[in-house]
Design a protein around this ligand. Structure first.
Ligand code: CAA
Length: 380
């Protein structure tokens, strides 16, 4: 068994690390304060190939593996989780979904732009009454022959205001339950498609989260993804990979907070010595580093499973469950190590603590991950 990263992986990780320090760190506090979408930073991430990392180069992507992707996600998330969620949704949910299940025409028209960052995508599953209970879709897509008519509301949609293309999940035939659900590509600006107000969030405040309203939106039939009734399976399969990206985001938030706490503890003095010399602090660092290392192994294992063509439903859910708990625990401790300074924005750890919480909620709450894991364990 070889735990070392290849030269190529190290190069990609270092490129992401440099980018995060030079391009994401300046202004991260201001973007968080003002809930300012990182337009310039997203443009640069597109130029660097971070927005379509695993897409086939023939559609403009980087043709990289999932291990490379999680390395980049961790590095970006150490500094700015608002930027990394944009990367995660575009790569794992939108680009992956289209590459794996889209038609050639859909790939030509949409994936080529999404993979290069010329356009941004959003994934629209959650509804006021269908977040965890994803089969209970209320948004309808009525089949009218050569097109569908979409009606309903989606909630908490990442990239909701900034996206150009939206993958929308909707119910076509309620009697068929999850087998009557479809997924569609919807373009911003289509008649009847309205973007609701921006949510005022606890964390990842630089990313834009909106509700979306569909009022008799006509969607051409060629914009349905997969066969009739494939929408729920599409969402589940896509989210399984998405969870690996969010697990890597949680890992990055945790490791970013840990590094800040470690460095601070080496310079801050109390009782005549640097605080890292007190066991009260040193033991905290030991605990933080231990759980981060365990989380990293789990994230890497899930990414490796995906790259090997193994099933990754369980390993992705376990990685997300554990890494997101680690992100919460470690960021709280990082604030504690910083004492009063930890409560002040300029030291970054309070933002990381606020950002950590969403990793236990989106792309399936921690409770949903336990459903996925326990069903996987008990299915045979
Ligand atoms: N792959 C393929 N098929 C799957 C699957 C998977 N991973 N998971 C379930 N299915 C299939 C099942 O096999 C079943 O099909 P059959 O009846 O043909 O056998 C069907 O889907 C229904 O499955 P269940 O009976 O298990 O469905 P359920 O209603 O009990 O719930 C669930 C399953 C796992 C809880 C699911 O509803 C779920 O994942 N919920 C959470 C949704 C979620 O993650 N939301 C986040 C929104 S997106 C987001 O946050 C993005 C963002 O902005 C950052």
């Amino acid at each position: 068994m070889d735990f070392s990263l290849s030269e190529e992986h190290l190069m990609i990780r270092d490129a992401a690390r440099d980018f995060a320090r030079t391009e994401l760190l300046p202004g991260v506090i201001e973007r968080d304060n003002l809930q300012k979408f990182p337009t310039e930073q997203v443009k640069k991430m597109g130029e660097l190939g971070f927005l379509g990392m695993m897409v086939d180069p023939k559609y403009g992507g980087g043709g990289m593996d999932t291990v490379s992707y999680v390395l980049v996600m961790e590095e970006l998330s150490k500094i700015d989780a608002s930027c990394s969620v944009i990367v995660s949704v575009n790569n794992s949910l939108v680009c992956y979904g289209l590459q794996a299940y889209g038609t050639e025409a859909q790939k030509e028209k949409y994936l080529t732009k999404l993979a290069t960052g010329e356009s941004i995508g959003a994934f629209c599953l959650s509804e006021p009454e269908a977040g965890s209970d994803a089969t209970s879709q209320r948004t309808t897509a009525i089949d009218k022959g050569d097109h569908y008519v979409l009606n309903g509301t989606k909630n908490w949609i990442t990239n909701g205001g900034s996206a150009d293309y939206y993958l929308v999940i909707a119910q076509t035939d309620r009697d068929k339950k999850h087998k009557g659900i479809n997924a569609f590509i919807v373009e911003k600006g289509w008649d009847g498609f309205e973007i609701g107000p921006k949510e005022d969030k606890l964390g990842i405040r630089g990313s834009d989260t909106h509700s979306l309203i569909f009022n008799d939106v006509k969607v051409p039939k060629e914009n349905r993804i997969g066969e009739d009734g494939f929408g729920f399976t599409f969402a589940m399969k896509t989210l399984s990979g998405g969870r690996i990206g969010i697990a890597a985001q949680a890992l990055g938030i945790a490791s970013g907070a840990y590094e800040l706490a470690r460095d601070y503890s080496k310079v801050r003095k109390a009782f005549d010595t640097e605080i890292c010399n007190h066991q009260a602090i040193a033991f905290k660092l030991a605990d933080m580093h231990t759980s981060i290392t365990a989380a990293r192994h789990m994230v890497m294992k899930a990414a490796w499973d995906k790259d090997q063509g193994h099933n990754y439903d369980m390993s992705g859910a376990m990685a997300k469950l554990y890494a997101s708990k680690t992100a919460m625990d470690v960021t709280v401790e990082a604030v504690q190590v910083h004492g009063g300074n930890g409560y002040v924005k300029e030291y970054h750890v309070e933002r990381l603590m606020r950002d950590a919480k969403i990793t236990q909620i989106y792309e399936g709450t921690s409770e949903i991950q336990k459903i996925v894991i326990s069903r996987g364990l008990l299915k045979d």
